[in-house]
Design a protein around this ligand. Structure first.
Ligand code: C5P
Length: 338
């Protein structure tokens, strides 16, 4: 007699808990239909866990005091889109593939997945930099090519970062005092390619299938000499250190961070976003105009107003504004040079 009653009581208690929890859940979501309970709950846990995201004094991914889940940065920052291509993430959605192919349309593009297969027979297929955590403090310098670096004397500071990302021509010889000498990652596309030393990682931004074929060729047979312009048929670079910028990430940067402004993001902005997603602390050098409003490169005379601003494909103002906003929200440190 006694045992069944205890079991009954337990069953009632359990039932009571389940009903109370379900009622709470429904009343919460029904009170405000626009509230996605689970999304909210996850955002809350994001907030709880985002403190101590890395071992630096301040971490890019960490919520700052006064931030809530709806802050400008948190709404955009998405660590689940991996910046670099691997075999696994190389399958593009129709939307992404269409958008990406539209960037520099090819008349008769080769079969994308076959090219990707071939690519990963030449370069390693590795998932890198997905090691964010409370023990990591990866500091990065993103060095753009602005003339505001001339005379800035940032060289020693730039060389002190774990990662130093440069892009396109970015000469260092003869400019060491201002721009440093270290390059861990060099971001480029076929038409801007240059030779690298054995320790530097080449990060290729592909704009078309032919660009993937070009890197295969440039590291092996040297048969491709022309894309829409003449390109280096061979490139000196360590093929075990070549990385490919993911078209999915490329589109995410364009749509989420630039809100579709310009035709596509500049190499500089793409590099900055790469750093924001793989580093814990990001310092930015060589972006924007110099103190006189010139947009030239640091190796050019300032009266050569600089190709960057006038390419017609980038929205330089929008990019710079987002960069300023990141600095304003303490997500990056911006060094404005001279
Ligand atoms: O001109 P280039 O694309 O080689 O420069 C690399 C990057 O440096 C640009 O994509 C741009 O983001 C940045 N840059 C800049 N201001 C300049 C020159 C370059 O912000 N005056």
């Amino acid at each position: 007699m006694f045992l069944p009653t205890r079991r009954k009581n337990r069953t009632f208690a359990l039932l009571f808990c389940v009903i109370t929890f379900t009622t709470f859940l429904f009343s919460y979501t029904l009170r405000d239909p626009s509230v996605d309970f689970f999304r909210h709950a996850f955002r809350l846990s994001d907030g709880l866990f985002s403190k101590g995201q890395c071992s630096c004094a301040r971490c890019v991914a960490e919520a700052q005091d006064g931030d809530d889940g709806g802050s400008w940065f948190a709404e955009r920052f998405n660590r689940s889109v991996h910046p670099l291509m691997t075999r696994d993430n190389s399958v593009l959605t129709d939307d992404t593939f269409k958008w990406w192919q539209w960037l520099q349309a090819e008349r008769r593009p080769a079969n994308f997945s076959e090219v990707v297969e071939e690519l990963f027979r030449v370069i390693p297929d590795e998932v890198l930099y997905a090691d964010a955590g409370p023990k990591r403090c990866r500091t990065c310098a993103v060095v753009g090519n602005s003339g505001n670096l001339k005379g800035a004397q940032y060289g020693a500071l730039i060389d002190s970062f774990d990662f130093v990302l440069r892009m396109n021509q970015a000469p260092t010889a003869g400019f060491e005092e201002d721009v440093g000498a270290k390059t861990t990652h060099h971001v480029m596309y076929p038409e801007s390619a240059k030779d690298l030393d054995n320790t530097t990682r080449l990060v290729l931004i592909p704009f078309k299938t032919l660009d993937l074929q070009w890197i295969i060729s440039a590291l092996t047979t040297g048969t491709i000499k022309h894309t829409y312009a003449p390109v280096a048929s061979r490139i000196k670079a360590n093929k075990d250190k070549v990385l490919i910028y993911s078209p999915t990430f490329f589109k995410y940067v364009f749509e989420t961070w630039l809100e579709g402004h310009g035709r596509y993001p500049s190499t500089g902005f793409l590099s900055l976003m790469l750093a924001v997603h793989i580093c814990d602390q990001v310092s930015v050098f060589g972006f924007g105009a110099d103190q006189y409003g010139n947009w030239h490169h640091y190796w050019e005379e300032s009266n050569l107003s600089g190709a960057f601003r006038h390419t017609g494909v980038h929205d330089a103002d929008r990019e710079y504004n987002v960069t300023l906003q990141l600095a304003d929200k303490h997500k990056i440190t911006l060094f404005r040079g001279r």
